[in-house]
Structure formats: structure tokens, C-alpha cells
Unconditional design. Sequence first.
Length: 366
Amino acid sequence: MLHIGKHWNHIRVRGSRKHVGNALLAGRRSYGSRDLIGKQVWAAAVVFNSIGVASSPSGICRITRAPHQAFPEARALITSMAHKGASEVEKDASGHLKIDVAGKSVEVVGVSGVSDTDIRKALESGPFQRWLDYMKGPSGILSLGGSGGARCSLNRVLIQSVDFFGQRVGFVKFKAEVVDDQTGAKLPGIVFARGGAVGILMLLECEGKKYAVLTEQARVPVGRTIMELPAGMLDDDAGDFVGTAAREVEEETGIHIKTSDLVDLTALLDESTGRKMFPSPGGSDEDITLFLYRCHVKKEMIDSLQGQDTGLRDHGELIKVHVVPYDTLWRISPDSKVLAAIAIYEMSLRLNLLPTPPNSPDLSHL
């Protein structure tokens, strides 16, 4: 049982998800985001990740299953509250925008053409707040230091561009002025903040042979088509990695899978890694959670998948599906997700670390 805490106890939540949303909004109006810290905030955020709340006999909230898509206003509000230490954007006497980072006032400016409104939206966005969380976290460079003090300091942020997906901030490109406190040297600080993503290693067993599913699509930044794992960005701030993985598989391959059949490969990594894969840490904050999906299929299903055109056309996705022998996978794809997933999968098999999926699906009857 997960308790939402004393700040929510005055609210009687009676079953429906509508009341859950109203309860969270009412709690925020009553107490404000500053009062909601620690376990209370994260418990509330979890509600809109994958669960709902119902009343227990004692009047304390208890967890029950419900779709995470309900009540986007309340979910977004709780998500913004859940960024511990997130600071409001303020202006100083000179009209410069400032944010508080670890007790220090940091100036934020934009290049010509980036408005104050867009700067504010960028600073309040999920990608930027995630970056700040990394910087200030237990392994963050603003927290580390041999004597217990900060190893580095953030002095200034220059917002260079903000890309929107509709009304939501998708990407933020900025330059952070970060200085090593011991030497005074500036660290390279160009950041492309885009947030989290998922990748899925799909292995199909057929007549004693193992196959992998890849998607091929044009990638403008590298100027070529790439065969890669089915993958996608977290398209909201709720952090629903498993749900995103299942949705991306269906969108990119047409295969509907159960979330319970997914195994989190990155969860097998050492805790010190953050249990994520960082494909380009020198320039981007992107972290990737890698999943494994295994099932048994008939040859007819492999044939039907081969060369299939999929993807969300209205989102510009022009995707072709490929099914390849697993033992050739490492040689035919330059995708970092493919290579990382193979490495974790093979080592976990060798060390007998890979959990047996709870429902190893057999689709050979389809």
C-alpha cells in the first residue's frame, strides 16, 4: 500500500479517476507545490504514471490500477511539482531572467530571436528540468566533490533554440557555462536536451531459429537510412517507459504486445550507471531504456512482417520492417541501441541474469 501522505488526507477519493484528478488539483490549490515534497510528490506523480486511487476504510488513499492517460491537466501539474528543487523563473533589477540552482542564482539569456516567453517555457520544460535533476542529483557534477562540496558550478545558461511539438516543448538547445571549482577551467557545455526514450530488442523464435525485428527509416541528421531497433521518445512527462515501449512496437511493426511480456534490460546494469544507456553524453542528455521482447511465431508471420511499410505517416514516419537472423544482427546495423541491447542480452545470458518472462507468448497459432 502506497500512502499519498498527510497533505492529501483531507481529500476523500471515491473510486473514479475523475475524483483522482480533482483531488490532486484541489490539494495543489490548498497547499501549493512548495509544500509537496519527497514521498508525497512522488506518490502523487505515480498516480498519473500508471495507476488510480481509491478510498481505503481508514480514509487513507490506496493504489488501484487505471489508465495513465486520464486527466492530462492534473498529470502535467503533478509532474511539474515532482521536479524537486525546480525553481521559478524570476527577473532581477536589470530585467535579466534568473533561476535558482542549488541555492545559487543563475542568469539565463537567449540568443537573438528567442523570446522571453520561449525561454520561460524552455526552463519549465521536462527536458530542461530533467537536465537540472541530473546536474544536482547524487552523481551530478554540481554535487560531487572530494571534501563534500560542489565539484563544479553552473554560472550561466544561454538558450539557443526551442522546438515545440504542438504546445509542448520537445527539444531545447542551450549552452551551459560550467566551471570546475578546483581548477577554474570551463567544461564543454553545449547541450541538446531531448529527454528519455525507449528501444526494444524483439526476438522471434521460429522453427528453432532466432530472428530480430528492425525498422528502417531515413535519418536526416546522418543523411542516410538506418536499420535500428523499434524505438521512440517519451512523449509526455509521466515517465511511462513500459507503456511507451509497447506503443512504439505496435506503431512501428504492427505487433500488439503486452507490457507484462517486456523485460527491462537496462535494469540489469549496475546502479551507478543510472540503469540507462546514454548514446551521446558529450552533446545530449538523452537516456534510453532498453527492453527485451521474446515470442514464438510461425514462418508465415515472419514473411508477413518482412518489408512491411508502417509508422505514423501524419507524423512523418516512413518505416519499413525487416526481420533478420539474430546471429547477423551485430554486423548489419550501426544503431547504438542495437549494439548495446545485444551486449546486455548476451552477457545476461552468459551470467544467467536474464529473468524468465512471466508470459512467454506463443504467437505461432496466429
